[in-house]
Write a protein that binds this ligand. Structure first.
Ligand SMILES: NC(=O)C1=CN([C@@H]2O[C@H](COP(=O)(O)OP(=O)(O)OC[C@H]3O[C@@H](n4cnc5c(N)ncnc54)[C@H](OP(=O)(O)O)[C@@H]3O)[C@@H](O)[C@H]2O)C=CC1
Ligand SMILES: O=C1CO[C@H](CO)[C@@H](O)[C@@H]1O
Length: 274
């Protein structure tokens, strides 16, 4: 695996720009899949209480024998747990399941503007951060108007905003807002769950560069400056997805891929998700 560059967050904490995603990995397969990623060389893992596999991610971290300081682990506060007492219990459980005393990054998974209270959730994350139980806190699936409301009612600026981004959903407006506020952008489903890999433009650029469509798609995200964590349970793909730092896309390649945008989500619209 090539050396992965770090991104420095707004509080000075550094995060590897490439990580391993764990959504939809069944618990029975998660320990092995995560161990494979760690063996290949990944040092950043993205999980969530919602994925139902934090315990098995924790098993892999423990069994890998890798120094805790060399790993970056992210988890997320599940929907329905925005109220302070519920958030505290959930955070304790996440740390226990992962077998960690301190998390690297904890996010509010969705803003849930209709049924949740993300301001109360955020103030509780600030409490964990002040107590040193998490090195950085952030949000996920937040639109600029959600982040503005949060910032008007809190002290800590989110370190990251993790949103859906891939060539069919480039999210230029949210990325620009994040950059303006020194919030790092994380791109979830960077392969659009595999659908962009058949796109003729991506296939052609991959052929021209002697790379795979997945490598070209991930490289596009990295060159835009985003943090990515593709998921795969297939060792060869996990390896393939890590070989991104010995080639560059030209400005023309970048522009062609960005022009594939059609504002097409694979997931929900954050304003409509609760
Ligand atoms: N904050 C949020 O709301 C969300 C966060 N996330 C995070 O982002 C991570 C990544 O997103 P995810 O939704 O998993 O989707 P991805 O865009 O990472 O795509 C994963 C799919 O692509 C396939 N794949 C992976 N690599 C290759 C390759 N090199 N060639 C061909 N196919 C490939 C995988 O298959 P296979 O496994 O069979 O190899 C899987 O079906 C998640 O795991 C999660 O950590 C995701 C969704 C929402
Ligand atoms: O993290 C997640 C995994 O993917 C799901 C479907 O796209 C999302 O809803 C969820 O937020």
């Amino acid at each position: 695996m090539h050396a992965v560059p770090n991104v420095t967050l707004n509080n000075g904490v550094t995060i590897p720009q490439l990580g391993f995603g764990t959504f939809k990995i069944p618990p029975a397969d998660t320990r092995q899949a995560t161990l494979t990623a760690l063996e290949v060389g990944y040092r950043h893992i993205d999980t969530a209480e919602m994925y139902g596999n934090e315990k098995e991610v924790g098993d892999a971290i423990r069994d890998s024998g890798i120094d805790r300081d060399d790993l970056f682990v992210t988890s997320k506060l599940n929907n329905g747990l925005h109220e302070a007492a519920a958030a505290r219990t959930a955070f304790d459980q996440t740390l226990e399941d992962l077998g960690l005393e301190q998390l690297d990054l904890f996010l509010i998974h969705w803003p849930r503007p209709r049924t949740g209270n993300f301001v109360e959730a955020w103030q509780t994350l600030e409490e964990f951060y002040r107590a040193g139980r998490v090195r950085a806190i952030g949000v996920s699936n937040f639109k600029p108007h959600h982040v503005r409301r949060l910032m008007e009612n809190s002290v800590v600026t989110p370190a990251v905003n993790q949103i859906e981004i891939h060539p069919y959903l480039t999210q230029d407006d949210v990325r620009a807002f994040n950059a303006e506020h020194d919030i790092a952008t994380e791109a979830w489903s960077p392969l659009a769950k595999g659908t962009v890999l058949r796109d003729p433009v991506i296939v052609r650029i991959a052929d021209d560069r002697g790379r795979t469509p997945a490598q070209v798609t991930l490289r596009w995200a990295l060159q835009r400056g985003d943090i990515v964590f593709p998921k795969s349970v297939t060792r060869e793909r996990v390896q393939e997805n890590s070989l991104l730092f010995d080639f560059e896309l030209s400005e023309a390649d970048m522009a062609e891929i960005s022009a594939l945008n059609r504002d097409e989500r694979t997931g929900s619209d954050p304003d409509e998700n609760g």
